[in-house]
Design a protein around this ligand. Structure first.
Ligand code: UGA
Length: 453
């Protein structure tokens, strides 16, 4: 089968490369010429584990092509995926400008029957809008079907999520289009992936409900973590205690500095707007968003209380991406925190394995970027862990302690065991767990003394 994918962002590129890997003939389309030229040479504009290998392999084997010519890409394609950006408007609702432009182009270029599938996260009712725009743009009536096929890819694990999904959701109105979509995903039958078939609005709803529920889980545990800090309980053990209940499940219960990224913050606002438009005041979502923002402020408060005063303090910062495994800094809580710390007069020395180039575009020029985590810690008054990169969870603690000016680690991602940190001579503060302090700090002597070994 031939397909084309319009939009070469995270979703479009992963979708295109993975379908090519399934053996499908894929044309990826974008109107940014420089991006397409880069991709034609096998160079990726984003960091996503495993994607480069997949793109170069399928380019070489001729199953994957990149073009700016939508007419040519559509010619042979039976299925057209729309994977363009759906940014938020100032009022939280979704800006459908790019979706509209693509629908108009599809209508103008259509010569025979096509299945038009939305991959981008779009408000409930968008498929209907796409259908109407395509019809309006056609020079003569040509039959086509619109389906909703939401993606559930996590950045940093997108290939795995595509190749081994928990489920595939396809919302459609006619059996022919649904059969074509099922055929496209047929390699996943080998691993017995459930395919959930629904009508179109239900599929669109599933995407919002899934992201809102996951964000709610994170805000829930962050709220529990705040109470744990007040009463002296350990949120990690609370997670173990509740996560083993199969009705709750252990995943997405990691407390931290709040969720970020290009999806949860935007999708929650959009879902809220969709609900409001439908006449339902979804106040639960307001609270999820409020707790998330509060979580950052609570972390800042913690840093302030540990360091007494922030002005002039040199802070080592580990992590700028919105989560580990990606170079994406969109709505990154780490970036927002660094901006706040800079405003309060801190000197920031930061390291991120993938996101430093992107961070440089948005952060104040005074931030110092280092080649590794140890360099970021050197001479710092405290070390802040802001992104859950795996490599930050396996640092040489003895080396780290010698490099820091004061042995203070404030961990926004709970990457370390407090007992191990105190055994290594750190005053260690994390989220929702009792702080483990060095003896002198525990005895109330401040500031923290440098531990020489
Ligand atoms: C999310 C969903 O997980 C995907 O299923 C969905 O397809 C995607 O949005 C989307 O709509 O496109 P993503 O934004 O890539 O994926 O990242 P997540 O792994 O979900 O993490 C989101 C944020 O939540 C990160 O800032 C992460 O640090 C935070 N998080 C995640 C926590 O604070 N605690 C957790 O337990 C899990």
């Amino acid at each position: 089968m031939h397909i084309c994918v319009i939009g070469t962002g995270y979703v479009g590129l992963v979708t295109g490369a993975c379908f090519a890997e399934f053996g499908v003939q894929v044309a990826c389309v974008d109107n940014v010429v420089s991006k397409i030229s880069m991709l034609q040479e096998g160079k990726l504009p984003i960091h996503e584990p495993g994607l480069h290998e997949l793109v170069t392999k399928n380019l070489r084997e001729g199953r994957l092509t990149f073009t700016t010519d939508i007419t040519k890409a559509m010619e042979q394609s039976l299925v057209i995926f729309i994977a363009v950006g759906t940014p938020a408007r100032a009022d939280g609702a979704t800006d459908l400008r790019y979706i509209d432009e693509v629908a108009d182009s599809i209508g103008r270029c259509m010569r025979d029957y096509k299945v038009v599938a939305t991959k981008s996260t779009v408000p409930v009712g968008t498929a209907k809008r796409i259908k109407e725009r395509i019809q309006a743009a056609q020079s003569e009536p040509i039959a086509f079907s619109v389906v909703s096929n939401p993606e559930f890819l996590r950045e940093g694990a997108a290939i795995e999520d595509f190749m081994r999904p928990n489920r595939v959701v396809i919302g459609g109105e006619d059996a022919h289009a649904l059969a074509i979509m099922k055929e496209l995903y047929s390699p996943l039958y080998l691993i017995e992936t459930p395919v959930v078939i629904t009508d179109i609005v239900t599929a669109e709803m599933i995407k919002y409900a899934a992201n809102a529920f996951l964000a709610m889980k994170i805000s829930f545990i962050n709220a529990v973590a705040s109470i744990c800090e007040s009463v002296g309980a350990n949120v990690q053990q609370v997670c173990d205690g509740i996560g083993t209940d199969s009705r709750i499940g252990p995943r997405f219960l990691n407390p931290g500095i709040g969720y970020g990224g290009s999806c949860f913050p935007k999708d929650l606002m959009a879902f809220r707007a969709v609900a409001k438009e439908s006449g339902y005041d979804f106040r639960l979502l307001d609270e999820v968003i409020r707790i998330n923002e509060d979580q950052r402020q609570r972390f800042l408060k913690k840093v302030r209380s540990v360091l007494w005063t922030l002005r002039g303090k040199r802070l080592g910062v580990l992590g700028l991406a919105f989560k580990g495994g990606t170079d994406d800094i969109r709505e990154s809580p780490a970036i927002l925190l660094v901006q706040e710390l800079l405003r309060e007069g801190c000197q920031i020395c930061a390291h991120d394995p993938a996101a430093m180039d992107r961070a440089k575009e948005v952060l104040h020029a005074s931030v110092e970027y280092t080649a590794g985590p140890y360099e970021a810690a050197t001479g710092a008054d405290a070390l802040l862990i802001l992104t859950e990169w795996e490599e930050f969870a396996a640092l040489d603690l003895g080396r780290l302690r010698k490099l820091l000016k004061y042995p203070i680690v404030i961990d926004g991602r709970n990457l370390y065991d407090p007992a191990i940190m105190s055994a290594h001579g750190f005053s260690y503060y994390s989220v929702g767990r009792p702080a483990s302090l060095t003896e002198d700090v525990a005895a109330g002597i401040r500031p923290h003394k440098r531990e020489h070994s």
